[in-house]
Design a protein around this ligand. Sequence first.
Ligand SMILES: [Zn+2]
Ligand SMILES: [Zn+2]
Length: 209
Amino acid sequence: MDKARIHETLRRLRAEFPLQARMEIAPEQAQEVYAEILGAWVTEGRAPQENRFPPDIVQYLVGLDAIAKSSQGLACYPFSIKNTGIEVHWGHSTVAAMCAIDALAIPALARSPTTIHAACAHCGQAVEASVGELPPRAIIALPDRCFVYYGTPVNLSGKGCCDGLCTGIVFLCASCADPTALPVLAMDEAVAVAEDFFAFQMNLLTIHT
Ligand SMILES: [Zn+2]
Ligand SMILES: [Zn+2]
């Protein structure tokens, strides 16, 4: 596990998507509703409907790109409403994650062993990863090893992070990944990045739900 690589990836991710910084300065009431939306995903394993929450706060959170609206309910990073090709299973729930790093944040949020099904973004080979419930999280990847590639975001202006940044954060199979390239993370490194990036959500859930 390369600490410098984890640190550099976190720095880049927080610069390109300052979700934590935005939520920390959001009004208390918005933080509370955000925690309720997130908590609904974690406990119900699916998107909560918009009409459960105050419309003005939902709109405010959409403006921050902390959540995304659709006819099927509210998406909330790391949980997606669209089919992203990254499926995450725990307990009786199956959800789509916004991206590969987001998928690896879900075991900590769900407090459950979790299995991820995705495909190598380069060759399409199926990849599967099982992540243990407690740190240090045991990671079993099939076929043998897989990696996370953090690509360059495409023109983010006016788009949600999920449409410009997350689309480039993908899984690669061992034959397609060059593990020495900086934007390529080993699975344990990607889990460390994911948990640190989303750690503020655990705090919000503890305080507000
Ligand atoms: Zn591949
Ligand atoms: Zn993402």
